[in-house]
Design a protein around this ligand. Structure first.
Ligand code: AMP
Length: 305
């Protein structure tokens, strides 16, 4: 099985009520591949500038992530600056510098073109489309986006959505994209735009998946210490698609397990800044927490009352 991701590989400057980091490793493709590589073979398509500290990616190489599609070009790496308030639920973007992404024109190699599944991570929809055009016969196309592109590149985004099987967005993005305030109505409206299934991530309140008229909800893993929510959504997507690729299955029971795997891996990311927790994470730790999820949500039938 094989899974391809296109998205940002970034240097993030993040401030939360519990600390701050400058120029830390970030980006949608980076978080995604760190998570998905625990489960399956992942390849990254992206671009970095000549200022990028390549040694920071050595843990991805150790996890056998294919980085041949990560181009290094003269110029500055993508940079994002954000801040979180006391409830940690949504990031306020202070600055986005596309830099080398502005002129990135990816050419996929034979492995990438033959990928079984593809995740079009949060980046310019024009670029997401250019990558999708080169993949020959994917069994599953999933995508993410954010407010920056929903308002700035809506037309291209709608073109993309017509070709996407599963859209993963947070609740604010789902509302903005659909114009619906209620998340269930938002999910149904997004399905009309193309995706057969929609996963709406709700931060500490969990994630809702809607496919047709079926819905599944998983809570977020309850944690006492959350330091930095950056990358939770991309880590979720990495766990979700990594498991679907590993299982080679997209039926409803597999999708439900994938939602829980996404929530499990995302819960590790938020425990530390940047990739500090994901970097050393083992599948053993992940499986233990996956099991705790079952206990967290299990209850017995009530019988007669
Ligand atoms: P999330 O999982 O939603 O918290 O994603 C956080 C990551 O998204 C950060 O590491 C940023 O580098 C990256 N990011 C922020 N804004 C953008 C954007 N406009 N395009 C692509 N990536 C972005």
């Amino acid at each position: 099985m094989s899974l391809l991701v296109v998205g940002s590989v970034a240097l993030d400057s993040v401030e939360t009520p519990f600390g701050a980091r400058d120029n830390a490793l970030g980006g949608s493709a980076t978080y995604f591949s760190a998570a998905a590589s625990l489960l399956t073979e992942v390849g990254v398509v992206g671009v970095i500038g000549d200022d990028f500290p390549l040694e920071q990616l050595s843990f991805l190489r150790d996890r056998k992530v294919r980085l041949d599609g990560l181009e290094k070009v003269p110029g500055k790496t993508f940079r994002w600056k954000g801040k979180y308030g006391f409830d940690l639920n949504s990031a306020q973007t202070l600055d986005t510098q596309l830099n080398v992404f502005e002129r990135f024109d990816p050419k996929l190699d034979a492995w990438a073109r033959a990928a079984d599944r593809i995740f079009l991570g949060n980046i310019d929809p024009e670029l997401q489309l250019r990558v999708l055009d080169q993949v020959q016969k994917p069994k599953l196309v999933a995508a993410d986006t954010m407010n920056f592109w929903i308002s700035g590149a809506r037309k291209k985004l709608l073109e993309l959505l017509g070709r996407v099987d599963i859209l993963l967005v947070n609740d604010g993005e789902a509302r903005q994209l659909s114009g619906e305030s209620n998340v269930l109505k938002a999910a149904h409206a997004i399905q009309q735009m193309g995706p057969k299934a929609v996963v709406i991530k709700r931060g500490e309140y969990g994630a809702l998946m809607v496919r047709g008229h079926e819905a599944f909800h998983a809570p977020a893993f309850p944690l006492a210490d959350v330091l930095d929510p950056t990358g939770a959504g991309d880590t979720f997507a990495g766990g979700f698609l990594g498991l679907l690729d590993r299982l080679n299955n997209h039926d409803l029971p597999a999708l439900r397990q994938a939602v829980v795997m996404g929530a499990t891996l995302a819960s590790f990311t938020v425990e530390q800044f940047s990739m500090d927790r994901l970097r050393g994470l083992s599948m053993r730790d992940a499986m233990a927490r996956f099991g705790q999820f079952k206990a967290l949500t299990h209850f017995d039938e009530l019988g007669e009352v």
